[in-house]
Design a protein around this ligand. Structure first.
Ligand code: FAD
Length: 313
């Protein structure tokens, strides 16, 4: 709950860019999630800094929501202030082979920028829906390439709103689907990405090829959160779940996809509780059959949920 003083301070700083009791189901790709106490959309870096300082002063917990493509938000919602950076979305070419991109820029605007300017290297991101902030926090990638391969440096604000000097790639602790070591409450604001000069048609052809492959192998036309589990060393979570015979298993409105077993889809009216039940079911079945304990990739966040930890907490 937000007390009266904190609410007044938020309204004074953000006006209608602070919304209260907002159902997060509208802001997640799974279409699941109870209300955030506050959903805040700062208009620029300066306002983000002042907002973080205000939250620190009033002891309001914060959590960044990118485009919500890899989160499972509790049915009971989220305490405190959910930050959306969709207004911090500039993309600038600061050298022939370097882009400076703000964290709220979407996968589509980044890859379209690359097509328009004939720049290669980021084609793999075209099918990884989200924002640069989410890409960085998750070290998003496909088999052959991850964010860590293209990031030159990244910048964040600490929980008090102070901007940290750009941190070089060598000092960023990218791991499998994780950027470890970010200070608690840090908000990624921008990164420099390396690209190569190429031809528009070549870049577009590679993007089209990757998107066609995805459409053929993943349930892209129904709400999901992408991969639910991380792949265990030397194997694939989807293969293990499929081998356990769980494709098509349903709980309420949630279903283990019959197209790709590492996806849980929302067939309509699914709750976070339904999805968590399927997650536990798959974990148990795979452990019983193979001895492998699957770890979640999707970020479980919010009240009354087992939170598996996210970069921005
Ligand atoms: C159909 C589909 C296919 C997918 N395919 C892939 C794939 O091939 N490879 C892959 O890696 N992922 C894939 N994903 C998952 C998802 O696209 C990625 O994890 C993406 O990076 C999420 O970005 P987002 O902006 O939506 O982040 P969110 O889901 O909103 O957030 C994810 C985490 O990042 C944190 N975060 C977001 N922004 C910031 C910030 N600015 N500062 C600090 N923390 C932040 C959040 O707090 C949260 O912990 C897929 C998802 C879907 C739905």
């Amino acid at each position: 709950m937000i007390d009266g003083k904190a609410r007044a301070a938020l309204e004074s700083l953000l006006a209608d860019r602070a919304e209260f009791d907002v159902p997060l189901a509208r802001h997640t790709s799974l279409r699941i999630g109870g209300p955030a106490d506050v959903l805040a959309t700062p208009s620029d870096r300066d306002e983000l800094s002042r907002l973080l300082s205000l939250c620190a002063k009033h002891r309001l917990p914060t959590r960044v929501l990118g485009a919500g493509f890899n989160v499972l938000v509790s049915d009971d919602g989220l305490e405190g202030v959910v930050l959306r950076l969709k207004k911090l979305r500039s993309i600038e070419r600061i050298a022939d082979d370097v882009l400076s991109v703000e964290a709220g820029a979407s996968h589509a605007t980044i890859t379209n920028f690359c097509i328009k300017h004939g720049l290669s290297g980021l084609e793999f991101g075209a099918g990884i829906p989200g924002t640069l902030g989410g890409w960085l926090a998750m070290n998003a990638g496909i088999g052959v390439r991850e964010l860590k391969d293209v990031v030159r440096r990244a910048t964040w604000m600490d929980a008090s709103g102070a901007l940290v000097a750009p941190v070089e790639r060598e000092r960023l602790d990218f791991r499998y689907r994780e950027l470890a070591g970010l200070p608690r409450g840090a908000v990624l604001v921008a990164a420099e990405l390396e690209v190569d000069v190429s031809e528009r048609t070549t870049v577009k052809a590679e993007i089209d090829r990757l998107l066609a492959h995805r459409a053929a192998t993943q349930p892209t036309d129904i709400p999901s959160c992408g991969s639910v589990f991380r792949n265990p060393a030397g194997d694939y979570a989807g293969r293990l779940i499929e081998a356990a015979g769980l494709k098509g298993t349903r709980e309420g409105g949630a279903e283990i996809s019959s197209v790709h077993a590492n996806f849980i889809v929302n067939r309509g009216g699914a709750t976070a509780r339904d999805v968590l039940t399927l997650i536990e079911h798959a974990r148990r079945a795979v452990a019983d059959a193979t001895g492998v304990t699957l770890e979640t990739e999707v970020q479980l966040i919010g009240r009354e949920t087992v939170d598996n930890g996210g970069a921005s907490r």
